[in-house]
Design a protein. Structure first.
Ligand SMILES: [Ca+2]
Length: 180
């Protein structure tokens, strides 16, 4: 059973798919061309790349400089790095994403990423949705015209929390704590 698992692991690497390693587990690696017996070696502890924990933390539907682009701040609220390659941001009523994250992008825990989403967020009401590479919704936040104000962002009161506020002091790429 162990050998079978290792073969699957090696095949997975060969076809270039992401391999998820679990924190606290020691892995052994082998040459793909040899049967392995008695030649194991061990590594240290690996941190795990998860698929959850990233949230929409803050967004700006209309910057003070009205010629500037709207933006969405993502925040990894989990305690692990998250692979966000191919994830995308959407607004309502459009069949194309506002922005798509490129390949090989890992968002470390407690880190922010600000995404330029063009000029897509409505001045009336809209919904910002974060989807993973499989186009499954990871997080979504709607706002109404009463939430909309030029130069004022909409953000979580504290990073990752469930309380949303209008942020008169936008904090793109930095903590919302004390700013929203
Ligand atoms: Ca912020």
């Amino acid at each position: 059973m162990l050998k079978l698992n290792l073969k699957v692991f090696l095949i997975t690497i060969m076809v270039g798919l992401t391999v998820e390693m679990v924190a606290g587990v020691t892995y052994s690696f082998f040459s793909a061309s040899t049967e392995n017996s008695g030649n194991t070696f061990t590594t240290g502890t690996w941190s795990s790349v998860q698929t959850g924990g990233v949230v929409i933390n803050e967004f700006m539907p209309e910057p003070s400089d009205t010629s500037a682009h709207d933006w969405v701040e993502l925040y990894n609220s989990s305690s692990n790095p998250v692979d966000i390659s191919g994830w995308s941001l959407w607004d309502s009523g459009n069949s194309t994403a506002m922005a798509t994250i490129g390949n090989n992008v890992i968002l470390n825990n407690n880190i922010y990423m600000v995404v330029d989403v063009g000029v897509r967020l409505s001045q009336n009401s809209d919904t910002v949705t974060l989807k993973n590479i499989g186009r499954n919704s990871i997080d979504t936040k709607s706002y109404t015209q009463s939430d909309y104000q030029v130069g004022v962002s909409i953000g979580r009161e504290t990073d990752g929390s469930d309380v949303w506020k209008k942020c008169v002091t936008p904090s793109s790429g930095a903590t919302n704590n004390g700013a929203c």
